[in-house]
Ligand binder design. Structure first.
Ligand SMILES: Cc1cc2nc3c(=O)[nH]c(=O)nc-3n(C[C@H](O)[C@H](O)[C@H](O)COP(=O)(O)OP(=O)(O)OC[C@H]3O[C@@H](n4cnc5c(N)ncnc54)[C@H](O)[C@@H]3O)c2cc1C
Length: 145
């Protein structure tokens, strides 16, 4: 599903215990080569929120709390995902544009001033620490699988 950046910022990205991640949340043009990286970020952030919920509930998955964990994941990812989608799209437009002023901006500004910023945007992101769950500390006796 195509989602414009404002659709990612303001749109509905979860319902109860169901949400989207990766390309389903933020399909990007290929210009920064970061769709897979952003999907992995989603996975870690989602895992952190779910993991913390499980930890805080004594190792149990509590449906109401899980919905909140998923909601918090969406809140945390919205702006970053929208920023990456926008940066990727604009970079593509600049790189492929044939108009003289786009070429001028690309050659004089994009590579000279913005490439470092773009690299930092894509590569420097702290997903936070995943909670360390020790199954030895939990009572999983009722767990069948
Ligand atoms: C040519 C190309 C080059 C790329 N290069 C890079 C790169 O250099 N760096 C980078 O970071 N990203 C790159 N990407 C982007 C990256 O591949 C994607 O952003 C990433 O794979 C998205 O991961 P995802 O898990 O969200 O979706 P996907 O990898 O598309 O996984 C979705 C999975 O769901 C399955 N599926 C779909 N419908 C159903 C269903 N109804 N039931 C069950 N399963 C279903 C699909 O078969 C698929 O396996 C590239 C993409 C392409 C196409």
């Amino acid at each position: 599903m195509f989602r414009p950046p404002w659709g990612i910022i303001f749109g509905k990205l979860s319902k109860g215990n169901v949400t989207v991640a990766g390309d389903a949340m933020h399909p990007v043009t290929p210009d920064l080569g970061n769709g897979g990286g952003a999907s992995l970020e989603d996975a870690v952030v989602l895992g952190r929120h779910i993991g913390n919920s499980v930890m805080n509930n004594g190792g149990l998955i509590v449906p109401g709390d899980m919905a909140k964990a998923i909601d918090d994941y969406v809140k945390e990812r919205r702006w970053r995902a929208a920023m990456l989608v926008t940066a990727s799209y604009l970079t593509g437009r600049m790189q492929q544009g044939e108009k003289w002023w786009i070429k001028y901006l690309r050659d004089r500004a994009l590579y000279k001033y913005f490439s470092g910023w773009l690299a930092r945007l894509v590569f420097v992101y702290d997903c936070g620490r995943l909670p360390a769950i020790s199954f030895g500390e939990m009572d999983l006796s009722s767990k069948k699988d």
